[in-house]
Design a protein around this ligand. Sequence first.
Ligand SMILES: [Zn+2]
Length: 226
Amino acid sequence: MTRVVGWALSLLCGVGRVIVVGVGRRLRPRLGVVSVRELVVLGTASQVPTRARSHNAYLLRWDGEGILFDPGEGAQRQLTLAGIAAADITRICVTHFHGDHALGLPGVVQRLSLEEVSEPRRGQRVAFVMDTRLCPAVSELADGVDLLVIESTFLSPESGLAAESGHLTAAQAARVAADCGVRTLVLTHFSRRYDDPDAFHAEASATYDGNLIIASDLIRVPVPPR
Ligand SMILES: [Zn+2]
């Protein structure tokens, strides 16, 4: 039985549950598999998909594992566009059951046979933080991780709206990353009200001076080596 991954998972403050399922066919890493640890960004939109952004969905490739996070609507098609086969998915993690994080589940699940979950071990670490206000759990998850994928639904001028709706701004996400010593920061889950990714870069880079990536659909981000 494999014990491959060393990742942290996201929580929705207060009420969050992370659902993790293993997928049967590939619980054992294949012999001779090339060691690849990278994030494949499948979708980056928050509640409503746009012309340029599909609903959330992320595949973390981790050696022989393919861990699918929060498959929103359209995840199957995005997997195809990214060149990822259903058989490459070995686990699915869902942070919560809002549509933009889970509507893609039925389509993906019908193609897979689900089995048990194994425990992660320590190593390089990746954290996902979705749909939350700032809370202690965010910093706990992000503390010292190699790669942080975090929602920044809004920019600071809309910080009131962010607080009201239970989301983060780019500045808040960047502050978390800076304080927690995150090595690579991936911002995602953008409101459709924005169409300029550079505005997110400008706001976040004022606080965080590490490797900052404003996610767009179908990009790939390597997990930084230790
Ligand atoms: Zn969401």
